[in-house]
Design a protein around this ligand. Sequence first.
Ligand code: CP
Length: 309
Amino acid sequence: MNELSVNHLLGIKYLNQADIDLIFKTADHFKEVINRPIKKVPSLRDITIANLFFENSTRTRLSFELAEKRLSADIINFSSSSSSVSKGETLIDTVNNILSMKVDMVVMRHPNPGAGIFLSKHIEASIINAGDGTHEHPTQALLDSYSIREKLGEVKGKKVVIVGDILHSRVALSNIFALKLQGAEVKVCGPKTLIPKHIESLGVTVEFNLRKALDWCDVANMLRVQNERMEISYFPSTREYTQQFGLNKAILDSLNKEIIIMHPGPINRGVEITSDVADSSQAIILDQVQNGVAIRMAVIYLLASKIKP
Ligand code: CP
């Protein structure tokens, strides 16, 4: 197969194994390109992409922008805080105004789950979901799996534990879909209040004891507690959360094996992970960021190749 089964990247749940294989194969090529002295290819000189960020971002926004520039696309950047959204303009009106400037593709981060799906029903352009509320963050999950594959050879059969605020995490949901699709075993670990009910229906197991989860896994993906999405307290105190679910060097060194440590960022150092773990040789956090550019180049390139002239 040399084209994706989808015209938008709205979530991992809409992809199949062949789509992921194709994205990874294409990312392998672009990873080689971005390590050349001239890091740019002319592939998308005829494509214009709008990056619409209705929610804060560092990694995803910069990574998409760099991926688009490496592919020679024309880009426009929109941030809701400095836009007419603050004057009451709707999502559809905002996007239609941008599309009337002949934009082919939209990369959108939005606080509302399903915002990209909603938009895809109302506009012609190809849409990439750069994170929609607590729903999905598909390119993050793709770069996470790609980084596991790079480090361990393959994803199939690997044991991955996702630790922390599973309830509010789009990274967790997209990772579960991506990892299960590729044949990994997935466990989630965190306070009972931050584990969604019935999560086992997604084919994962639940462990409330961090030590047991770490003894089991090959890879631990440590998530940030998303205080900004919480209207109530889900655990007594940050200190207590860290005592039970924070990863520190003493725990890591006491395991009788080397596991891989991942984190999607931004990191709360000293809460879900200590600095000496985040900066250790077992952490691949900056590899994840680096791989994000190649993955996003691959996704943009493959979706752009489906746009009718
Ligand atoms: N991983 C991630 O989505 O980070 P940002 O919120 O900085 O984009």
